[in-house]
Design a protein around this ligand. Sequence first.
Ligand code: DAH
Length: 353
Amino acid sequence: MNDLESIKNEALSAIEQADDLKIFDDLKVKYLGKKGLISGQMQQIGKLPAEQRKEFGALVNRVKNEVESALVSKKEQLEDRALDARLAQETIDVSLPVRESAVPQGSVHPVTQVIDECIAILGSMGFEVKRGPEIEDDFHNFTALNIPPNHPARQMQDTFYLQGAEMLLRTHTSSVQIRSMEHGQPPFKIIAPGRVYRSDYDMTHTPMFHQIEGLYIDKDIHMGHLKGCLYDFLQAFFGLDEVPLRFRPSFFPFTEPSAEVDIACKRDKAGVQVGQGDDWLEILGCGMVHPNVLTNVGVDPNEYQGFAFGIGIERLAMLKYGAPDLRAFFDNDIRWLTHYGFGGLDIPLAKGA
Ligand code: DAH
């Protein structure tokens, strides 16, 4: 009996003091293992005279339970402590810089880059950015732009009509001229970049491409302003000292007079280089806004006049950054995007200009 009492007291105080899992395991073996002290006491039960067995047996069992539950709670305590220690050691330093190689970097598509560049340059000249819907009606895409029904220019543009032919995918950003003017008051000085659609597909045509439209209407805007604006824009965009330009008479229903603008270029094995050479390359359409267009949006053409222009974004991107095949712009080939793409934090004019 006394043995049992002292085994119990010794066990409980040893368990109480155990402060690592190794000591804990040793104690478990020492008291409850097959040859452990409490197991030893259990074996004594059989050797006792029959009248003592019951009482002693109950006593040993109680001691065994007590020691067992002391061990269980000690174990929880030790495991909690070990976990706390590990967590304290494993804290993550969230202020460490990212390992660049571990994070795939996206890039800015050349179309986005060129649109940003155009906005930066024309924005600094005071043009305000406007957007219009890509799903358009006939009035804004054609009629208001002085392209009446059955006019051959409608065929020229290979329009995608939507079901019922009431709506269409806009064939040019010129529709945004109408949308900007119809609800506002002159003067208007806007640019409108965006997607346009035509049913066409080869090396230089894709069914979707991008344009940027310009419109400047005020009381005394003339063709000299148009020339100066385009000259300054192209000079900044291509980063040239001199910009040899040629204004060639042309036709657009919404401008009178109309012109196409060519920039001097050199073609050789390396591709096309703009700003020098004896060849010419068409880069945009422009003109003085037709009086009918102004009348269609409620602007008095006897009081107001101005110019408009439309430029193909992909054409600009190809010339400035040397991507030869238009179709590759929309293939989403990651190698092409990596090669021709731009860093997300680059300032729009940093390259080339
Ligand atoms: N909308 C014409 C096109 O898509 C481009 C254009 C030409 C726009 C002359 C204009 C302009 O604003 O004045 O081919």
